[in-house]
Design a protein around this ligand. Sequence first.
Ligand code: URA
Length: 245
Amino acid sequence: MRLDKYLSHTGFGSRKEVKQLLKKKIVQVNETVQTKGEFSVHPEKDEVRVDGEVIHYQKFVYVMLHKPAGVLSATEDSRQKTVLDLLPIEMQHHQLFPVGRLDKDTEGLLLLTNDGELAHFLLSPRRHVSKTYYAKVDGLMDEADQRAFEAGITLEDGYECLPAELEIKRVDEEQQQSEVWITIREGKFHQVKRMVVQCGKEVRYLKRLTMGSLVLDENLKKGEYRFLTESEQKSLEEFLPQIEK
Ligand code: URA
């Protein structure tokens, strides 16, 4: 990889900014000062220092975002704000994308990465990665609904959902509202909302709490993000086929 690209990918700015940095003679590769952007480095083998500090190169980046309502789970949109607009400019060169989609009005856990292979496996319908949602529902969810979820709900278009779990956390008879946790192992369009509609009720607030081994960090406020920890990254790798690890 070219040294200027390497520096740009590790957060030292645009090619132009990196050029200025190289001119200052403060970039060393294996203890030799390098000033040429085209100098070739091996990201995993060579030791690169800027101003004496060793740089750690990461091929892939994994970010946990607490998605707020009102932003699209997309990489770009001509009119509306996307989840990538919530990240600072210096994250842009990573070319992150959201792993799957949450509706515009849904909040909660969204993984952003540039690791296409991992995203592919997490989203693969054959892998049945579980996702748990917290929902506020208009209407009283009951044991009959739980049994229907367990048996597999048939959606309005005839699609038969896989068995899912419905945990009733609270029912408010006066307000005719329920709070539930719903765990599904697939990801059809508006799936949770449509499953609840099939029970004769309506989701009025939805938040994703987990995806596979990942759990939304309670310390993240809406719109905030953080990098995954090493153990979170490791736990996600379990979803990759063993042979490809
Ligand atoms: N199910 C939905 O209905 N909406 C989401 O955003 C996610 C799951």
